[in-house]
Design a protein around this ligand. Sequence first.
Ligand SMILES: *[C@@H]1O[C@H](CO)[C@@H](O)[C@H](O)[C@H]1NC(C)=O
Ligand SMILES: *[C@@H]1O[C@H](CO)[C@@H](O)[C@H](O)[C@H]1NC(C)=O
Ligand SMILES: *[C@@H]1O[C@H](CO)[C@@H](O)[C@H](O)[C@H]1NC(C)=O
Ligand SMILES: *[C@@H]1O[C@H](CO)[C@@H](O)[C@H](O)[C@H]1NC(C)=O
Ligand SMILES: *[C@@H]1O[C@H](CO)[C@@H](O)[C@H](O)[C@H]1NC(C)=O
Ligand SMILES: *[C@@H]1O[C@H](CO)[C@@H](O)[C@H](O)[C@H]1NC(C)=O
Ligand SMILES: *[C@@H]1O[C@H](CO)[C@@H](O)[C@H](O)[C@H]1NC(C)=O
Length: 536
Amino acid sequence: MGSRSRGGSGSGLLLPFLLLHLLSLLRCSSAAGGNEPYVGVTIGTAVTNLLSPSDLASFLRAQRITRVRLYDADPRLLNAVASAGARAIVGVPNDELLALGSSPATAAAWVSRRVLPFAGVNASTPAVISAVAVGDEVPTALPSALPVLLPAIRSLAAALAAANLSSIPVSTPLPFSVVEDPFPPSQAFFNQSLARSLVAPLLAHLANTSAPLMLNLYPYYALMQSGGVIPVDNALFRPLPPSLEMVDPNTLLHYTNVFDAMLDAVRVAVRNLNATPGAPPPPILVTETGWPSFGDRRAEPYATKDNADTYNSNLIKHVLEDRPGTPMAPGAQAQSSAYIYELFNEDLRPGPVSEANWGLFYGNGTPVYLLHVSGAGGFLGNDTTDRSFCVAADDADEKAVQAAMDWACGPGRADCTAIQPGQGCYFPDDVRSHASYAFDAYYQSQGRAAGSCYFQGAGMVTTTDPSHDKCLFPGSKLLGNVTGSGGANTSTTPTSDAVGSAIWRLRTGRENGFFLFLQLLLSIAVVIVMDSNFWT
Ligand SMILES: *[C@@H]1O[C@H](CO)[C@@H](O)[C@H](O)[C@H]1NC(C)=O
Ligand SMILES: *[C@@H]1O[C@H](CO)[C@@H](O)[C@H](O)[C@H]1NC(C)=O
Ligand SMILES: *[C@@H]1O[C@H](CO)[C@@H](O)[C@H](O)[C@H]1NC(C)=O
Ligand SMILES: *[C@@H]1O[C@H](CO)[C@@H](O)[C@H](O)[C@H]1NC(C)=O
Ligand SMILES: *[C@@H]1O[C@H](CO)[C@@H](O)[C@H](O)[C@H]1NC(C)=O
Ligand SMILES: *[C@@H]1O[C@H](CO)[C@@H](O)[C@H](O)[C@H]1NC(C)=O
Ligand SMILES: *[C@@H]1O[C@H](CO)[C@@H](O)[C@H](O)[C@H]1NC(C)=O
């Protein structure tokens, strides 16, 4: 605790992508461990009112979190992780490195005390520990411990091997700042004073033991330090027009986001170091990434809830759904897994304002902000305040959205009064906004039942309240009554009942007799079939 420090890629000089000499680049074809990519969360404990271990266990289970990274090997936390059925990277804190690195016997004792009870060595112990992270960002956080870092890693790996546990990899999370000139990625290389003393022997150890290269990787800091070179959208995984995308002049690869550019910079640095000729490069495991939701207004302008929601939601989608790999190592097989920094706001951490505001939740499990995480198998999607909403999916086709809205307000019998002209949610007057309201009205009317926000792919569940201005969405806590109708202060207009909504007029130029007729037919069909799940 307390020795963690993030970012600090002060040495990572950011150059605009310039046309420079051509490098011939081999394509990394190695798979990232062969397993499915996953997203985990880091759990720091500098928190005033942290959930008790048993509450933590049910919280992890409710949020479908199956991978966590701890910064030590606290048995109470490991027991909570075990009873949630999840797995954990355990850590050796930087201030224990000296003892472990200077005495193999101490390292062996650490393994038998900390790891064995959670390594599944016999039927009465759970298999919780997925990896050991030795130290954290040692080159920047505690450079004086660098001489003992490799010895500590080797001693711990040897002790694990002696206990027949060589399947548990041992590595050390490096700060991204060990990579120099990361942009464009094709020119990256490791800090020369660390390359031979630390990185090369580390890579040899990793290759020898099939362990991943662990990196803490923060597009947020890259953005902060770029002096305007990096567009914020690029850091947040938001699509940019092709003309604004970053193009690596040496490879002509397009980078749609900074995260992938950072991963490729690491790949190039590994290849240029050539520490393990002939061996495939190690898979990269992102042991920390994230975005602060609050910071100093002047010094940390990008630390907002909106940006944090966007970054972390898009990261989850990137790793769990899209799985593009990176431009240099494309494909789901090469997709790196990542741990979001961090699960809880660590209010006790000193430093800049943002330092205490990286969490997805407060220590008691209340969300700091609500993620957009549809389609991630329920991962982090359980709104502990029991609020979720259904809106038009970002990437859904407009025609599909319109058709689904017509269904929701018609046969679906959602109360669409509030999006009629003159009502609270009429503005903004566009298909997506209206459909979002209609989808949500249907979703809430079905008690947020599983599948009631599908709409043939046009809907997505969000835990962010889409209410705005005077438009309160069904289910909003602002409404004070989750079953009430939205459209704030439509007061004199009584909300229409199910029959009323069945004759809801089709909007946006489709109010012709044919569609009304079709809709009527559909309503009849639905009444007959009841509970038809065609759309949802
Ligand atoms: C390389 O790493 C060393 C040790 O951490 C550090 O002192 C030095 O400033 C780094 N060099 C550059 C160019 O950042
Ligand atoms: C959300 O969490 C609550 C409380 O732990 C649990 O009862 C509920 O089943 C969870 N919902 C989903 C959809 O996982
Ligand atoms: C199982 O392994 C643990 C950890 O090594 C040990 O403490 C315990 O005695 C073992 N139990 C059995 C039944 O062998
Ligand atoms: C090591 O583990 C393997 C299976 O993982 C088992 O077959 C073997 O007996 C174990 N050896 C020792 C010495 O525990
Ligand atoms: C690789 O592992 C073997 C045994 O597992 C060990 O003898 C050797 O020293 C290791 N090499 C490196 C470079 O770590
Ligand atoms: C919410 O509305 C329902 C009926 O629509 C009513 O039965 C319930 O008492 C209301 N709850 C609150 C807190 O107003
Ligand atoms: C609704 O209208 C009443 C009276 O005009 C007002 O006091 C109240 O704040 C309004 N509520 C909302 C949510 O706008």
